[in-house]
Design a protein around this ligand. Structure first.
Ligand SMILES: Cc1cc2nc3c(=O)[nH]c(=O)nc-3n(C[C@H](O)[C@H](O)[C@H](O)COP(=O)(O)O)c2cc1C
Length: 134
């Protein structure tokens, strides 16, 4: 069981960060070491035994910081257990059924042999509807 888990997240409007913090909190309650950090701020995954990567969905793709994180750390991630999550659907669908990863995330999962992917419901604050994609 991993002692030190990184939950790396990529967010534009903050909801993916909140999910990442909640995931890290659950892991800590289970007795693991876990910290949530913005994906773009992580320079090295070597200190971590396992990695969770989460990205907000914009126009059918993960937030660019999540895509970059996976590209940049691909070699180190290959040797570690990795989980993915996406934050997106604004209706109740994610709570009602499993939503598969978008194609780009699916491809990254195959390359890295990711253990599992989960889609969480997203959130869009009032006034953000015209926000440009990440
Ligand atoms: C311009 C825009 C495009 C979006 N595209 C998608 C999408 O393709 N699929 C999806 O499930 N959600 C989509 N959403 C919803 C976001 O993924 C949702 O608001 C998510 O919680 C954003 O994460 P963040 O708050 O961490 O940035 C979109 C939202 C905006 C504003």
């Amino acid at each position: 069981m991993p002692d030190n888990v990184l939950v790396a997240y990529a967010t534009k409007n903050g909801s993916t960060a909140q999910i990442a913090e909640a995931v890290a909190e659950v892991l800590r309650k289970d007795g693991l070491g876990a910290e949530a950090r913005p994906a773009g701020s992580v320079t090295d995954v070597a200190p971590y035994d396992a990695v969770v990567v989460g990205g907000g969905l914009y126009a059918g793709r993960w937030h660019k910081d999540a895509r970059r994180f996976v590209r940049r750390h691909r070699r180190a991630l290959t040797g570690r257990p990795v989980w993915f999550f996406s934050s997106g659907p604004l209706d109740a669908s994610a709570a009602e059924r499993d939503i598969p990863p978008v194609p780009g995330v699916r491809r990254a999962m195959d390359k890295l042999d990711v253990v599992e992917h989960v889609t969480f419901g997203g959130r869009l604050e009032e006034g953000r509807r015209d926000a440009s994609p990440a």
